[in-house]
Design a protein around this ligand. Structure first.
Ligand code: NDP
Length: 462
């Protein structure tokens, strides 16, 4: 046996990870359900094939590995993971470790750790195929001793930010997959905010896709500098040879999703933590899928107006919305740490997201610094970010007003603004809710003047 680590599932992510591991000088033994793919993988691995051991059976895979074994699963989340663990089991010893690196639901990871009688780690891997090949961000969850066993390989293959690897243990049991889900929730929101700004430029300012691309390119040199802005610039600038026009104009406006954003929204509801920007982004993808209905309703209710708004106001509005969305994501992580008894550290998470992952951005470095100074504060209250919010909130408001006046949808930006306005309102309106609840359900309320609890209105006597 000479392989340092095993890997099952030579799909998009698994093959890229295996090549990455091989390139870093480790020997990786691979197995895939469809054996031809394993052989094709080795043939295409070129020089790196020297560090790859192809195996046709799970027995051979186990035999190829140094003990105690560590095997990464990179198969679709859900039942395939359980099936694969079961199929492997006869060939493994009690100390051999299985690492689920797919996009598992963290509740599945927690269940597996409970029921499996073997070492198990759940790691979130972000960065898509390119990240997996050249350096992803890795969010680990589980026992620190188990993490330590594979940390040399995981940190070697991960992206690094100024020399610091973006592979860290986030916390206990399901924490890694949870942090990955929230990462994806933030990713949904970040993408949606950018799409909304694109929509305002396209429909409100009558700009062509390449012009939008140039704007995004410019923004990528400033505070908004990020992988997603860079990506959006490239998408908007891309040319379609078939139509000799912008590629963006021939892409169908219905967004796909694999579920991680939805999980984040569902978990936020379970935790009772507000993430309205992420929820709006998930809802926006669902609305985008209803193309037929949208076409019918467009015919019934008519079109939209142009807007008049400077591009730098849109840039500031996007900056503001982005900070509010990240504030919600990090607040949700804090709520989860309390609920699941995880030792999540926001500064470690922010640092881990600075490179390799889809939401990597210049701002995450500032977020890491803000949380280092004050791990328990919301970003909205961290001095650096509260200054930017004060400076940009007017632009977000101006943008939402312009968009809504023209009938242009900006659900995520509007959610960000409503969140800000709600959270900076010392006296809210839930006294009315409590009055209503007491009227029809005698749920009781707390008096503002005396602090007395379980109070009722005069209707209680009727
Ligand atoms: P692919 O569809 O490219 O590959 C899936 C792999 O899993 C194939 O090797 C396939 O084998 C194998 N497989 C499928 N079903 C089973 C099964 N029932 N039992 C055993 N093996 C099976 O998927 P990806 O590489 O894109 O995704 C893998 C995981 O990584 C998923 O959890 C995904 O959510 C996650 N992920 C994906 C990202 C991406 O950008 N694509 C980013 C981050 C995470 P076969 O060749 O036999 O079909």
């Amino acid at each position: 046996a000479r392989a340092d680590i095993g890997l099952i599932g030579l799909g998009t992510m698994g093959s890229a990870l295996a090549l990455n591991i091989a390139e870093k000088g480790f020997t990786v033994a691979v197995w895939n359900r469809t054996t031809e793919k394993t052989h094709a993988f080795v043939e295409e691995a070129g020089d790196l094939a020297a560090n790859v051991i192809a195996t046709d059976t799970l027995e051979d895979l186990a035999a190829a590995l140094k003990g105690p074994r560590a095997i990464i699963l990179m198969v679709p989340a859900g039942q395939p993971v359980d099936d694969q663990i079961e199929a492997l089991d006869p060939y493994l010893g009690p100390d051999d470790m299985v690492i689920d690196a797919g996009n598992a639901n963290f509740r599945d990871t927690m269940r597996r750790m409970e029921v499996l009688e073997r070492p198990f780690l759940g790691i979130g891997v972000s960065g898509g195929e390119d990240g997996a090949r050249h350096g992803p961000a890795i969010m680990g969850g589980g026992d620190p001793d188990l993490w330590a066993r594979v940390a040399p390989i995981l940190t070697a293959i991960a992206a690094s930010f100024e020399g610091t690897p973006c592979a860290n243990l986030m916390g206990e049991n399901g924490a890694g997959h949870f942090v990955k889900a929230v990462h994806n929730g933030i990713e949904y929101a970040d993408m949606q905010l950018i799409a909304e700004v694109y929509g305002l430029m396209r429909d409100g300012l009558a700009m062509e896709a390449p012009q939008v691309g140039e704007v995004f390119e410019g923004w990528n040199n400033g505070r908004l500098s990020s992988f997603l802005i860079e990506t959006s610039a490239k998408v908007a600038l891309a040319h379609d040879t078939a139509t000799d026009g912008p590629l963006l104009d021939v892409i169908v406006d219905a967004a796909g999703q694999k579920g991680t954003g939805r999980w984040t929204a569902i978990e936020a509801q379970h935790l009772g933590t507000p993430i309205p920007v992420i929820e709006a982004a998930v809802a926006a993808r669902n609305m985008s899928a209803q193309r037929g209905l949208r076409a019918d309703l467009a015919a019934t209710f008519g079109g939209v107006d142009r807007i008049d708004i400077p591009i730098d106001i849109l840039e500031a509005a996007l900056t503001c919305g982005k900070i509010l969305c990240y504030a919600q994501g990090f607040d949700m992580l804090r709520a989860a740490a309390r609920a699941f008894d995880w030792s999540l550290k926001p500064e470690v998470i922010a640092r881990n997201w600075r490179a390799g992952c889809i939401i990597r951005s210049a701002m995450l470095d500032d977020m890491a610094e803000a949380f280092e100074a004050a791990p328990d504060t919301t970003l909205m209250a961290a001095p650096y970010f509260s200054d930017i919010l004060s400076e940009t909130i007017g632009a977000l408001r101006q943008t939402v007003i312009a968009a809504t006046s023209a009938g242009l949808p900006v659900p995520a930006m509007a959610a960000a603004l409503a969140y800000f306005d709600t959270m900076r309102q010392a006296r809210g309106t839930a006294n009315m809710i409590q009055g209503q609840r007491d009227y029809f359900g005698l749920h009781g309320f707390v008096r503002m003047d005396t602090g007395d609890k379980d109070q009722h209105g005069p209707w209680a006597d009727d």
